[in-house]
Design a protein around this ligand. Structure first.
Ligand code: ADP
Ligand code: ZN
Length: 738
C-alpha cells in the first residue's frame, strides 16, 4: 500500500522544548507502506533545519491552532532507527527525567545518525588466513603469531580483532607479509541463524548457580533478578547460559557493562562461548564502528550487543533478555545533558518488552537492596567463589600515632614487604592522580589555585606542571610564591605519582607500576599493562579506582587502600555506600587460586561505624545499617530527590536567579504535602571553568509529587532567568546531594 495523501507526524525535534511538533509528509512524495515511526526526518524549525524523530503518525491532524502545519523536508531513513519499544522508552524517559523530548531522542541517536543526511555503511574488512602461507618470517613475533592463530581458527573482522586486543599495526603487518587477506563482509552478511548456533565451554553449574539459573529460566515475561555474588562466584557463567537459551530460541541479547574498555576479558568470554556475531558499543569506538554495531543488531545480523549505557537505545528487534553487569556502578548514570540512569531505563525497557532483566553485582546499590526488600526485584545469592579461592581477610590499620611516610604507614610497608618476599603481588589504591594534591608556600601558606576554578592545583611531576582536575587547565611550575616571593614551595597531600616514587625507594628491588589516567592513555596501553601484570612483570601495582573495576589479578595477595578517610567524611549522603562498594570490590580483585588474600585499610578513624559494620558483618550488614539510616533521615530510596543546578559566569546573576527560583519553589511547594525545598547552596566546587554554580535540592515523599512539582518549576523557570547568561538544569534522582 502507498500513501499519496498526507500523513500527520508527531516529531521529537532536537530543540530544548518539552513537547513534540506536528508536521506532515510532503505531498509530492509517495510513501510506501513502511513504518515511519522511529525514522528521522529533516525539518525546518524556525529558520534553521534540524533533525526530528517521528514518534507517532496519524492520518488526522491533531494541531488545532492557527498556524499551518509544515511538511517535513525529507525522511532520512528507510528503516526506523528506533523500534516502537525504544520510542516508548525514550518518551517515558523524557517525562520521567523532565528533559526535552527532542533532545532525549537526539542523545540516543548513534553519532553518525546525528548528522543531517542518510548514513551509509562502510565496507567491513573481514580477514582470513591464506592457507599454506610461509610463516617463518613471524616465528619470533609472539603477538603476530597469536593473531594469526586466531584468524586461522575463523575469519575475523578488524573490529573483532581490536576487541581481542590486536592492533591495526599487527593486522597490517600480517597482511603485508601476505599471510592474511581481506574481503568485504558487507557483501555476504545475512541474518544470524539459530540453526548455526554453537555453544562451547559451558560449565556445569554448582548448586547455587543452578538454583539461580532455574529461578530465572522458570519465570516468564518481565521480571527483574539480582544475582548477588562476590567477584568470581560465577555470575557471568549464569548470564552466558541464560543467553545461550535465548539464542537457541532465535532471540537477541543485550549486555550492559559499566566501562567496556576496562573489561576486555568479559567480551572475550562471550566470543569464546558463542559462534554467533557479537557486537559492541562503547566510547572508545569511532562513529562508524558504533554505527556498524547498531545496524547489525537492527538487521538481526548480530545476536549479542555488549555495550555501555548508550547501547540501551539500540534497535534490537528480537531482544529476549537484558543483562546489567555491576548494577551498582555509577557510570550507568549519564552525567551531563540528558541525565538518565541506564540501569533504571533498562528495567523500564524490560517491562515494555515483557522480557527478563538480570542484574549482577557483589555490592548491590542501596536502591536495589530496597527494591529487593519490596519484592520488586528477586534476589539470587551466590555465596561461594567458583574454584577454591577463599575470601580475603580484612584489617584496619590505625594511622594514629604511627610512623607514616608519604602516606604509607610502617605497618602497611611491613606487610607489603612480606608479600613481596613470598613472590606475591600487591595492589595499592589511591584515588588521587598526580604527585601532590596541592602546592603550598612554606613561608606564607599561599596555595596555588586554578584561575578558572575554586580549586587547588595538583602537582604532576612527570609533566612538571600544575594541573587543574576540574577544567584541565595547565600551568608551568612556579619557582616562587606570587604573594611573598619565597622560593620554598611544599607539595602536600600525596597522589599516585608520589606513592609510586616512594615505593621505589622503600623497595628498591621491587617492580612497581602505576595505573591511572595519566599513565594509561588508550585502551591498548591498559590491555598491555594488565597482561604484563598478570605475567608477573610487576609486583607492586599502584593506581586509582581504574583498578577496582572488572579485573582479576590472581597473584595479588595484598590490597591496600591508602586513604579512606576522605570518603568517610563527605557531605554526600551516598559517600559511605560508595566507599563500602569500593572496599568490597577492590578486595574481590585479589587472591584467586589457593593463596590467601589480605585487605588493609589505612585510616585515622578506625572506630568509624561504616568500617566496624563492614568488617564485622560484611556488606550485607552495612546495607542494612545504611537503609535504616536513610529511612530515619528520609533520604532516598525512601524519598525522591531532584536538584536544580544553575550556573553563570556572573555570580550576581546566578545568585539572583537561584534566590528568585527558591522563593517561587517555596511558594509552590505549599501545594504539595510531601515536597521539601532545601536552601540554595553553592556547589561542591563553587566556581568551575569561570562559572559560578549553585544548587537547590528538592525532596519529596513520592515520585508523583516530585514529578508534578518539577513540571511546575520547568513551566515557570524562564521567568526568573536572565536570558543573558544563567544556565539551569533539573536532575532527577541525582547521585549526589551537592
Ligand atoms: P563472576 O562473574 O561472578 O565474577 P565468573 O562467572 O567470571 O564469576 O566465574 C569466575 C571463574 O569461575 C571463571 O573463570 C569461570 O569460568 C569459572 N566458573 C564459573 N562457574 C563455574 C562452574 N560452575 N564450574 C567451573 N568453573 C566455573
Ligand atoms: Zn580549573
Amino acid at each position: 500500500m502507498t500513501f499519496n495523501i498526507a500523513m500527520y507526524l508527531q516529531l521529537a525535534v532536537n530543540t530544548p522544548i518539552y513537547q513534540t511538533f506536528e508536521y506532515k509528509t510532503p505531498q509530492n512524495i509517495v510513501f510506501s507502506d513502511k513504518n515511519l515511526c522511529g525514522c528521522r526526518a529533516l525539518v525546518k524549525f524556525g529558520n534553521r533545519k534540524t533533525i526530528g524523530v517521528i514518534v507517532s503518525t496519524s492520518d488526522k491532524q491533531s494541531y488545532s491552532g492557527r498556524g499551518i502545519i509544515k511538511e517535513v523536508e525529507e525522511i532520512l531513513d528507510d528503516t526506523p532507527v528506533f523500534d516502537m519499544y525504544a520510542v516508548r522508552l525514550l518518551s517515558w524517559a523524557s517525562s520521567y527525567y523532565h528533559y526535552p523530548v527532542g533532545e532525549v531522542f537526539y542523545t540516543a541517536l548513534p553519532p553518525l545518525l546525528k548528522k543531517q543526511n542518510k548514513a551509509e555503511l562502510k565496507p567491513i574488512d573481514l580477514w582470513s588466513a591464506i592457507p599454506g602461507a610461509d610463516i617463518s618470517s613471524i616465528k619470533r613475533a609472539k603477538t603476530c603469531q597469536s593473531a594469526l592463530e586466531i584468524i586461522r581458527k575463523s575469519p575475523c573482522t578488524t573490529h573483532k580483532l581490536k576487541e581481542l586486543g590486536i592492533s591495526s599495526a599487527i593486522i597490517n603487518k600480517l597482511s603485508g607479509l601476505n599471510l592474511i587477506v581481506k574481503t568485504n563482509l558487507r557483501d555476504q552478511v545475512k541474518e544470524w541463524s539459530r540453526e548455526q548456533l554453537e555453544v562451547t565451554g559451558t560449565k556445569i553449574l554448582n548448586g547455587e548457580q543452578q538454583a539461580a539459573y532455574n529461578t530465572i529460566s522458570d519465570a516468564s515475561g518481565f521480571n527483574v533478578f539480582v544475582i548477588n555474588g562476590v567477584t568470581g562466584s560465577g555470575k557471568t557463567e549464569i548470564y552466558l547460559q541464560l543467553i545461550a537459551d535465548k539464542l537457541a530460541d532465535g532471540k537477541q541479547a543485550l549486555v550492559l557493562v559499566p566501562e567496556i574498555n576496562l573489561t576486555p576479558q568479559t567480551v572475550k568470554r562471550f566470543y569464546d562461548r558463542f559462534n554467533v556475531p557479537i557486537v559492541c558499543i562503547h566510547s572508545s569506538m569511532n562513529d562508524s564502528e558504533r554505527f556498524e554495531s547498531f545496524v547489525m543488531m537492527q538487521r538481526n545480523e548480530a545476536a549479542i550487543l555488549i555495550g555501555t549505557r548508550s547501547a540501551l537505545f539500540a534497535n534490537i528487534p528480537n531482544l529476549g533478555i537484558i543483562i546489567i553487569d555491576e548494577e551498582h556502578d555509577s557510570s550507568y548514570r549519564q552525567g551531563d545533558g540528558f541525565r538518565y540512569h541506564a540501569r533504571d531505563c533498562a528495567v523500564m525497557l524490560g517491562y515494555l518488552r515483557n522480557i527478563p532483566v538480570v542484574m549482577g553485582t557483589a555490592t548491590p546499590s542501596i536502591e536495589t537492596v530496597n527494591n529487593i526488600r519490596k519484592n520488586k526485584y528477586r534476589e539470587l545469592i551466590l555465596t561461594r567463589r567458583a574454584g577454591n579461592a577463599s575470601d580475603a581477610i580484612f584489617n584496619i590499620i590505625d594511622m594514629r600515632k604511627q610512623f607514616i611516610d608519604h602516606g604509607i604507614s610502617r605497618e602497611l610497608a611491613l606487610h607489603i614487604n612480606e608479600e613481596l618476599a613470598k613472590g606475591n603481588q600487591v595492589l595499592l589504591l589511591l584515588n588521587r592522580r598526580g604527585y601532590s594534591q596541592k602546592l603550598i608556600c612554606h613561608n606564607c601558606g599561599y596555595v596555588f589555585m586554578c584561575n578558572n576554578c575554586d580549586s587547588s592545583l595538583t602537582y604532576h611531576r612527570t609533566e612538571n606542571q600544575l594541573l587543574c582536575h576540574h577544567c584541565e587547565a595547565r600551568y608551568s611550575l612556579p619557582h616562587q610564591c606570587p604573594q611573598c616571593g619565597f622560593t620554598e614551595l611544599t607539595p602536600t597531600g600525596n597522589g599516585t605519582e608520589q606513592i609510586f616514587e616512594h615505593l621505589m625507594q622503600l623497595f628498591p628491588n621491587a617492580r612497581p607500576v602505576r595505573v591511572d589516567r595519566d599513565s594509561v592513555s588508550g585502551k591498548g596501553t591498559l590491555n598491555t599493562l594488565l597482561d604484563d601484570i598478570n605475567d608477573n612483570r610487576y609486583n607492586i601495582i599502584i593506581g586509582t579506582q581504574m583498578l577496582a573495576k572488572g579485573h582479576h589479578f590472581p597473584n595479588v595477595t595484598l590490597v591496600g587502600i591508602v586513604d579512606i578517610d576522605s570518603c568517610l567524611f563527605s557531605n554526600n549522603y551516598r559517600a559511605h555506600e560508595l566507599l563500602a562498594q569500593l572496599i568490597v570490590q577492590v578486595a574481590g580483585r585479589s587472591g584467586r587460586g589457593n593463596k590467601q588474600g589480605y585487605v588493609y585499610l589505612q585510616t585515622h578513624s578506625p572506630d568509624h561505624p561504616v568500617l566496624t559494620t563492614l568488617l564485622s558483618g560484611g556488606y550485607q550488614a552495612f546495607t542494612e545499617n545504611c537503609l535504616n539510616i536513610r529511612r530515619q533521615l528520609m533520604l532516598p530510596p525512601f524519598t525522591s530527590n531532584a536538584i536544580l543546578k544553575a550556573d553563570s559566569s556572573s555570580r550576581e546573576k546566578v545568585i539572583t536567579f537561584i534566590s528568585d527560583a527558591y522563593a517561587f519553589m517555596i511558594r509552590e511547594s505549599q501545594k504539595f504535602k510531601s515536597v521539601k525545598v532545601m536552601h540554595p547552596s553553592s556547589a561542591y566546587i563553587a566556581r568551575k571553568q569561570k562559572r559560578y554554580h549553585f544548587n537547590i535540592l528538592i525532596n519529596a515523599a513520592g515520585k508523583k509529587d516530585l514529578s508534578d512539582f518539577v513540571d511546575i518549576i520547568i513551566a515557570n523557570i524562564d521567568k526568573f532567568r536572565d536570558k543573558s547568561g544563567v544556565h539551569s538544569v533539573i536532575e532527577i534522582d541525582p547521585l549526589s546531594n551537592e
